[in-house]
Design a protein around this ligand. Structure first.
Ligand SMILES: N[C@@H](CCC(=O)N[C@@H](CS)C(=O)NCC(=O)O)C(=O)O
Length: 218
């Protein structure tokens, strides 16, 4: 199988799929979308134009959760999802919570960093507080032991650390540190130490540092 992952290093959605591929030990090549995401050149390869995109033996796929499920079905071990239907449903719901609550709130901080955020302290406060509210909801939803779905890690753990790091770095940049609920501390440390997660955290950290430096005003 020839696998190409199209992505950008700051993206938590791309990280989710890179982590899934690394978890399986699948060989793949990672490339940035030619012409940038959404460009005609990239859409010729991945018609959706979004990242992550995955091309498997010439066939293009998109949507990070569909890509995770594809990887899981192509290579079942080691698993990314629990074996039982209830656990799988919980994992999918947590992925949805990650994408639509936590990542969505973290993503809303990007335009703030680009603007003159010093002139908009209320916007900074509400941007960071929105991520904290999503994390408070998450901590009510889960009881990590040590992972969200029990003793074994799943993609429902692995998807979060890059997003948390991204929000933390933007909060710190704007002088409003993000507070992560203490109940999630140990889970976060354990999930972050999984080697594929640690690798993507490193990739995303470097890319975020470069991105943040690009908007830093003297
Ligand atoms: N639901 C998509 C979201 C991915 C996403 O929003 N990707 C952004 C970059 S982080 C993107 O490609 N935006 C451009 C576009 O959608 O055309 C997924 O899970 O893959």
């Amino acid at each position: 199988m020839e696998i190409v992952l199209y992505g950008v290093a700051v993206s938590a959605f791309v990280a989710k799929v890179r982590i899934a591929l690394d978890w399986k030990g699948l060989p793949y090549r990672e490339e940035t979308p030619p012409g940038g995401y959404g460009s005609p050149e990239y859409r010729a390869l991945v018609p959706a134009g979004s990242v992550p995109g995955l091309v498997v033996d010439g066939q293009a796929f998109h949507g990070s959760n569909a890509l995770v499920e594809l990887v899981e079905e192509l290579v079942p071990a080691p698993p990314l999802l629990p074996a039982d239907p209830f656990g799988r449903a919980r994992a999918r719901a947590l992925l949805d919570f990650h994408d639509n609550r936590v990542e969505a709130a973290a993503r809303a901080m990007f335009p703030l960093v680009k603007r003159d955020w010093r002139a908009e302290p209320e916007a900074v406060e509400s941007g960071v507080a929105a991520v904290e509210a999503a994390l408070a909801r998450l901590s009510d939803l889960v009881a990590p032991a040590p992972f969200h779905l029990g003793a074994e890690p799943s993609i429902a753990d692995m998807a979060f650390p890059v997003t948390l790091q991204m929000a933390e770095m933007m909060g710190a940049e704007m002088g409003r540190p993000l507070a992560i609920p203490p109940a999630l501390d140990e889970w976060r440390r354990t999930a972050s130490a999984l080697p594929p997660v640690a690798r993507s955290l490193g990739i995303a950290r470097g890319a975020m540092e470069t991105w943040l430096a690009g908007f830093r005003r003297g």
